[in-house]
Structures are given as C-alpha cells and as structure tokens.
Design a protein around this ligand. Structure first.
Ligand SMILES: Cc1cc2nc3c(=O)[nH]c(=O)nc-3n(C[C@H](O)[C@H](O)[C@H](O)COP(=O)(O)O)c2cc1C
Length: 154
C-alpha cells in the first residue's frame, strides 16, 4: 500500500525553503517507489493534509526563539480538526536559524505531544548561511523518512 508523506514548511527569506526542497529531493530516491509526497507551505496546509498523512516532516525558521508564526498558525488551525482522528504520526523537523534554533525545536516538540506526533529522527538545525553539508543532511532526512514509511519501520 502506498504511504503518504507530508512536508509542511514556512520560509520568509528562502533558507528554510531550500532545506525543504532538499528534503523533497531526498524523498524521490529511485529505490523508493511506494511513497506519495505532498509539499505544502504552512499557510496552505490544513487538517485534511494531516489526516491524509502517514508521516510528517516540518520545517521552520526560528523567530524570536520559537517556531515561525505561520507554523504555529498551522498547528492552531488543525488541532481540534485532527484530534482523535489521527494515529500517532511519525515526524521529523528541520530548522533554519541565525544563531540558535533550539527554541523553535523545543516549541514544536511540546506541541507534538498533543497531536500526537512521534519524533523518529534527530532534528536538523542550520545556523547562519545554509551549508552544503546541511543540504545533504536534509536530502538524507527525506530519504530516511520515505524509506522508513515504505518499510513500515515507524
Ligand atoms: C522576526 C525574526 C526573528 C528571528 N528570531 C531569531 C531567533 O530568535 N533566533 C535565531 O537564531 N534566528 C532568528 N531569526 C533569524 C532567522 O531564523 C533566519 O534568518 C532564518 O534563516 C530565516 O529563515 P527563512 O529564510 O526560511 O525565512 C529571526 C528572523 C526574523 C525575521
């Protein structure tokens, strides 16, 4: 059975978008054939996307020590709509920050408990300019999440 992987991200100046695109590329690894991927901004994403998903990858900048307002809005808009309707969803996240990123990570981890979302991969946090090493890690994250879903590892 085809598995459904949802990528939800917010990006104002493009850094998180580049990470999201690398994650997306990783999900398209030629050995993975049984995973359908949706790539949506936090603004566009809704409860139907979460109900559709078997796995979730979230990407946000760190803004004022927290996830971006758009990502928080996504959680606020969907929480009651998905409550009781989704099984615990395996998820992972990537964060773009100027110099920290841990506040954004913690803010998502706290909210994840309520959905519930189960973290299955370490977070990727890029600080400062996006490096090619981070881009590679993002591709690997996409591949490992898609492969894990396809093989029902989570
Ligand atoms: C309003 C605002 C608040 C920010 N707050 C933080 C912060 O608390 N910690 C940090 O490390 N970077 C902070 N930054 C920097 C962004 O996280 C960083 O530039 C990030 O790469 C932006 O991602 P984007 O290009 O996907 O929008 C902030 C940027 C903005 C615009």
């Amino acid at each position: 059975m085809t598995k459904a992987l949802l990528i939800v991200f917010h990006s104002k100046t493009g850094n998180t978008r580049k990470m999201a695109e690398a994650v997306m590329i990783g999900t398209k690894h030629p050995d993975i054939t049984g995973v359908e991927v949706r790539f949506v901004t936090a603004q566009e994403a809704d409860a139907k996307d979460l109900i559709w998903a078997d796995g979730l990858i979230l990407g946000t900048p760190e803004n004022f020590g927290y996830m971006s307002g758009m990502m928080k809005d996504f959680f606020e808009r969907t929480f009651y709509e998905v409550e009781g309707k989704i099984s615990p969803l395996p998820f992972a996240m990537f964060i773009s920050a100027e110099n920290d990123g841990t506040g954004a990570e913690l803010s998502i981890e706290r909210i994840a408990k309520g959905y519930p979302l189960i973290k299955v991969q370490p977070s990727i946090i890029n600080t400062g300019e996006l490096t090619s090493a981070t881009v590679l890690k993002c591709e690997e994250l996409g591949t490992s999440m898609a492969a894990g879903l396809e093989m029902s590892l989570f």
